[in-house]
Design a protein around this ligand. Structure first.
Ligand code: PRP
Length: 214
């Protein structure tokens, strides 16, 4: 057999990684050691298939892929939009489905409709800016937060938030509601632009195989 180089995968840590590994198993790609919850190793190898995997923070996955430190990445569409890296998005894996929404108390609906100058708290300032400035042509003040975004309108930091809604439970339990939908989200496969050319055959086969099981 020809001497193949390693194909390297960057997986976003957490739920997406677990689902991704389950999917890979279905197409015969296994990596036992990555599943050990106690391991402190950062990189895992499948010698037989010449594959390497590492787990990274979600927002770092597009960075690893753009620079070619990983050939392929699995990451949420929210992160792809927010990071805006030069990478190819090649496949929707169909899991991790949720929505990016503008949310707040029912009372904020009027403010949105009348294009009032409001404050928008979010972990996704680029997505929020694109939505309000380019799609709605509405001037807003965007406040970047790092988590528990639903707190912002409750404590008076902002009128609305731009955040991910999955089941809607967090909103409901905090007296908030979806006011507008920005876009649907799910897990995606992204590929380095040079790898797509240099390793086209292997990467195309992988995408084809994945399509048969999703
Ligand atoms: C995400 C999101 C919402 C919640 C939505 O938060 O920011 O808060 O999940 O899920 P639900 O509609 O099913 O309730 P995450 O758990 O990632 O935490 P963080 O935003 O505080 O980092």
């Amino acid at each position: 057999m020809e001497d193949k180089r390693y194909l390297t995968f960057a997986l976003g840590k957490g739920r997406l990684a677990k689902k991704t590994l389950e999917l890979f198993e279905k197409i015969g790609i296994t990596c036992e050691e990555i599943k050990d919850p106690d391991t402190r190793k950062l990189i895992f190898v499948n010698e037989e298939l010449k594959l390497r995997f590492f787990l990274a923070k979600g927002p770092d996955v597009p960075t690893y892929v753009e620079y070619g430190a990983a050939d392929i990445g699995i990451v949420g569409k929210d992160t792809i939009l927010e990071e805006a890296r030069n990478i190819y998005e090649v496949l929707d894996l169909g899991f991790g489905k949720c929505r990016m929404c503008i949310c707040g108390p029912e009372s904020a609906r009027d403010l949105l409709q009348h294009h009032e100058q409001i404050r928008v708290a979010t972990k996704y300032p680029r997505i929020a800016k694109d939505y309000f400035y380019n799609k709605k042509h509405q001037t807003v003040e965007i406040i970047k937060l790092n988590g528990s975004i639903e707190l912002a309108p409750i404590v008076g930091l902002s009128e609305v938030i731009c955040d991910i809604v999955e089941t809607g439970t967090t909103l409901r339990e905090n007296g908030l509601t979806v006011l507008e939908e920005v876009c649907p989200l799910s897990a995606r496969v992204v590929v380095n632009q040079v790898s797509m050319k240099m390793e086209n055959e292997r990467i195309t086969k992988l995408i084809r195989d994945l399509k048969t099981v999703i």
